[in-house]
Design a protein around this ligand. Structure first.
Ligand code: NAG
Length: 232
């Protein structure tokens, strides 16, 4: 029974009443602690300075919808209007200069894992009510960190550290793109994120790349290092 509302919501979202491309919600991914812009623009590009738009975040489990940002003809949460949910206070801003082009996008500063979720941007009073769906995923893997732990004449031990949520798959590659045999990754969890450490021993001079991939959110990022060995 408890699952039912969630399922309904997903169906609605999938149908994409109005979404950026008609194929369900636009998905936006961001690294934790970074700022993110949630897009919302009218295709008519009409001036919305004197209009009303309302950003909400869908309820998690038992909670209520969150009030993210509300704008009504120049009055909004950052200049006196009450009602914004506590967790968004002082962190959400619109782009005043963009309103005349029908752009109601907002920026959320300093994103937290808890900001992940389903957002809607609604224009309730336009001739046809417009609703935009944006799914935000906080936890994209940042660029991995590479260290050369130990190097001898003919061998180097490289360590790659990556993190993110969902758990990134981490691998080492040589300059030709071949996957290197590596030790078992070491995985730990902290602050709602997965931390992965992966060592690989290399024995030739080359440029090596550590790649972190989060397939489920279509995110991939890498770091590179050059290893010069005397042997070859
Ligand atoms: C809306 O404004 C934001 C912030 O300036 C910008 O990043 C975005 O590209 C704009 N969207 C459109 C459709 O112009």
């Amino acid at each position: 029974m408890e699952l039912l509302p969630v399922v309904c919501l997903c169906l609605l979202t999938r149908c994409g009443i109005t979404s950026a491309d008609g194929n369900g919600p636009a998905v936006v991914t961001v690294e934790q602690d970074r700022d993110v812009i949630l897009p919302c623009s009218l295709s008519t590009k009409e001036n919305i300075e004197s209009k009303l738009f309302d950003w909400k975040k869908a309820a998690q489990k038992d909670g209520k919808n969150k009030e993210v940002f509300f704008y009504d003809a120049g009055i909004h949460y950052n200049n006196g209007r009450a009602g914004q949910s506590e967790e968004f206070k002082g962190r959400v801003f619109h782009f005043p200069g963009e309103l005349k082009h029908g752009n109601a996008s907002i920026i959320i500063r300093n994103t937290k894992m808890a900001d992940s979720g389903d957002y809607t941007c609604v224009f309730p009073h336009l001739q046809t009510r417009q609703t935009f769906h944006i799914k935000l995923v906080v936890g994209a893997a940042p660029k991995p960190n590479i260290e050369n732990l130990d190097q001898t004449k003919d061998r180097a031990l490289l360590q790659c550290e990556a993190n993110g949520n969902p758990q990134p798959e981490v691998e080492w590659r040589d300059s030709a793109g071949n996957k290197l045999p590596a030790e078992e990754p070491h995985v730990s969890q902290r602050d709602g994120r997965f931390f992965i450490s992966l060592n690989a021993a290399v024995n030739k001079t080359d440029r090596y790349r550590c790649v972190a991939t989060q397939k489920n959110i279509s995110h991939q990022i890498y770091a590179e290092t050059f290893v010069h060995l005397n042997g070859q």
